[in-house]
Design a protein around this ligand. Structure first.
Ligand code: KG4
Ligand code: ZN
Length: 342
C-alpha cells in the first residue's frame, strides 16, 4: 500500500496498553484535531493497582465510544482518515490486544494503512506535539509507571538510549511508596499532594548511583522508605513523602543534566506520567536555566498516557517505514532500542 505522508495526513491513534482507553485524530504528525482519554482509575482504585482482566474488559466496552467521540469532536467522517496507528507494546497483553484488533479491523474496513507504534517511542513525541519548534538534539527523560529512560533524540525516528533504570521505574517507586504509606492509587499524584505539606529535607534518603553514569536505581530508595517508617512509626507521613519525592527528583535531574552535557543537547524534554510531578518540573526548569538548555515540559495530560502521542508517532513511523503488516501482534515486553550507534 503506497501512502504519501505529508502535512495533511490525518491519523487515528488508539491507546489501550494499560488503564487509559484513548483515541485521537492528529494531522501532519503534530496538529491535534481531537483527543479523548477515558481513565479506568476508579475501576482499579479499590484493588490498589491495575487488574489486567478488568482493564481488558473495560477497554472492550469503552474503545468504540471513545473512538466515536474523537471522530465527532474532530468533525470528520471515516473516509477522511488516512491511517490507523495503535500501541502494540509494551503493556498488558490483553489490554493491548483490544486496541490492536480494533485498529486492524478499522484499517481493513476503511482500506487505509495500519501502523503499529511502540508506546515508549510515542511518549518521546509528547514535547514535540505541543511545541513543534523543538530544537534537536534533545535529551528526553521518560519516566512512567513501567519505565525510566534517558534518550537522545537527534531527529524524529532517530534516537539513542543513554540510560535507564536497573530495577524499579520512577513511577513504580511512587506507586509502591504510596501504597505502603496508605495514600491510595495512583501513587504519584497522591504522594505529590501529601508532599506539599512536608519538609523535603526532613529525612536524608539514599540517592543510588547519583554520582556516576546515566543509569538509575530506585529499589534501594523504596526499601529505605519502608525501613524508615517501620523504625519510626510516629514519623510525619508528609515529611516521608516530601523527602522521598526530593530523592527521586534529585537523581532524575542530576542524570538528565549529565546526559544533556554528554551529548551536547540543546534542550531537555520530559515525558511519561512522572513528568506530571510539579517538583520534578520545577527542578528541570531550574536546571535548564542554569545550564543554558531549553526546557520542554508537556502539559500534564500530554505526559500521561494519551492517543495523540500514538497518532504522532504513527505519522513518523508511516513516513519512515510505511505501513505495518496486518499480522503484527501485541508485544507486552517491547523495548525501546537505539536506532543510532551507542
Ligand atoms: O505514562 P503513564 O501515564 O503510564 C505508563 O505508561 O506507565 O505513567 C503512570 C505513572 C504512575 O506510576 C503514576 O503514579 C505516575 O506515572 N505519576 C506521577 C504523577 N502523576 C502520575 N508520579 C509522580 N507525580 C505525579 N504527579
Ligand atoms: Zn505510558
Amino acid at each position: 500500500m503506497n501512502v504519501d505522508v505529508d502535512g495533511d495526513t490525518l491519523i487515528l491513534g488508539i491507546e489501550t496498553s494499560c488503564d487509559e482507553t484513548a483515541a485521537a485524530l492528529v494531522m501532519g504528525g503534530s496538529d491535534i484535531v481531537s483527543t479523548v482519554v477515558s481513565s479506568q482509575v476508579e475501576l482499579h482504585a479499590s484493588f490498589g493497582g491495575v487488574v489486567p482482566e478488568i482493564a481488558s474488559r473495560a477497554h472492550l466496552e469503552l474503545l468504540n465510544p471513545v473512538i466515536a467521540r474523537a471522530m465527532v469532536e474532530a468533525g470528520v467522517r471515516d473516509d477522511r482518515i488516512d491511517a490507523v496507528a495503535c500501541t502494540i507494546g509494551p503493556g498488558l497483553v490483553g489490554a493491548l490486544l483490544v486496541g490492536v484488533s480494533a485498529a486492524k479491523a478499522l484499517a481493513l474496513a476503511w482500506d487505509v494503512p495500519f501502523v503499529g507504534v511502540n508506546h515508549l517511542e510515542a511518549h518521546l513525541y509528547a514535547a514535540m506535539l505541543e511545541d513543534p519548534s523543538v530544537e534537536l538534539p534533545v535529551v528526553v527523560l521518560l519516566a512512567s509507571g513501567g519505565h525510566t529512560l534517558l534518550v537522545e533524540m537527534r531527529e524524529p525516528g532517530r534516537y539513542r538510549l543513554l540510560g535507564q533504570t536497573i530495577d524499579d521505574a520512577a513511577g513504580e517507586a511512587f506507586d509502591k511508596v504510596a501504597r505502603f504509606l496508605g495514600l491510595g492509587y495512583p501513587g504519584g499524584p497522591a504522594v505529590e499532594q501529601v508532599a506539599h505539606e512536608g519538609d523535603p529535607a526532613a529525612i536524608a534518603f539514599p540517592r543510588a548511583m547519583r554520582n556516576e553514569g546515566l543509569d538509575v536505581s530506585f529499589s534501594g530508595l523504596k526499601t529505605a522508605v519502608l525501613n524508615h517508617v517501620r523504625d519510626h512509626p510516629d514519623v510525619d507521613t508528609a515529611d516521608v513523602a516530601a523527602s522521598f519525592q526530593a530523592a527521586v527528583v534529585d537523581v532524575l535531574v542530576v542524570k538528565a543534566r549529565r546526559a544533556a552535557a554528554e551529548v551536547d543537547a540543546k534542550g531537555l524534554a520530559l515525558g511519561g506520567g512522572v513528568a506530571a510531578n510539579s517538583a520534578l518540573r520545577e527542578a528541570v526548569l531550574d536546571a535548564c536555566m542554569a545550564d543554558g538548555l531549553r526546557a520542554y515540559l508537556p502539559s500534564r495530560s500530554m505526559c500521561t498516557d494519551n492517543a495523540a502521542m500514538i497518532a504522532a508517532a504513527g505519522w513518523h513511523r508511516l513516513r519512515l517505514d510505511g505501513p505495518s503488516p496486518l499480522d503484527t501482534g501485541a508485544y507486552p515486553n517491547l523495548r525501546l532500542t537505539s536506532t543510532e550507534p551507542t
